[in-house]
Design a binder for this molecule. Sequence first.
Ligand code: PEP
Ligand code: MN
Length: 331
Amino acid sequence: MIVTLERAADTDKVRAELAGLGLWVIPYRDDGGGVCYLVEAHSGAVTRERLAEIAGVASVAAPPSTHPLVDVQEATIEIAGRRIGAGEPTRLMAGPCSIESPEQIHTIAERIASEGATFLRGGAFKPRSSPYAFQGHGEQALGWIREAANAHSLKVVTEALGETTVDAVARHADLIQIGSRNMHNTSLLRAVAQTAKPVLLKRGMAATVEEWLLSGEYLLLHGAASVLFCERGIRGFDGQTRNLLDLSAVALLSHVHGLSVIVDPSHALGRRDLIVPLSRAALGAGAAGVLVETHDDPAAAFSDGPQALPPEAFHDLACAVVGPSSPALFE
Ligand code: PEP
Ligand code: MN
């Protein structure tokens, strides 16, 4: 809260009274219009009315938000005719880490559609840690995933890795993914936003929630239709899982900020055996859907094989996330 003092106010007295209410008192701005304090509660809330009663206080206001467009985004968003968010069906987004061939993506599309998934994922441009690892089949793979999705009434989510390929990605994708490594890449955010498509914004692996929301603000400011936030795990200190899935952030975005947020347990864990329980936990925390990697033969996958769900395990996951497949979920 921002408390502005009257010109003649006894500042020491007002500060003491604010501190006595259990508030941190931070000098905010003195632009000649009077002394202002930003006050934050240590614990428990102090009402605006109580602050306004203090002798010497001229006005009490909420601080301006750093992400006003994110703040007013609706709790549910529409992506290519499919709604996602509070009160909507839980959405399952699935597919391989990399699009490996037309046959591979068609087979997976058919399988995930029959399990109730709404979105087909798969990377044509892969952000690999090693320059020697498979980098993706590039633009031709965008055509393969689009055709596979169309054949099974699925929507496409795929990553834009660099500015030069944003237009090609936008021509084929329903939802453009910004990967974890690019959450801070503001020129890519701008370029993707200018396509006016909805964007799936992964959280940077060392990004604060505020930085994540600010990247969302970049996207909305520069024209993105909407932003779907995706928690995929942040860097932890324990190597037993690839990352540390921050479900507090999921609850915060969903319940406090009223935003659509999904969870990617595959990249959070780096292993397939815990994906079902972690997905259940994510939905309990307020996630509107789950994004997972699946492969018909994980041992032969071009990338991220250890975390890919083989068909039987994917079936179990789909039952946990969307329930036994029903035609309504294809709508
Ligand atoms: C991906 O989804 O393919 C991916 C590379 O994920 P992340 O950006 O979360 O590492
Ligand atoms: Mn992957």
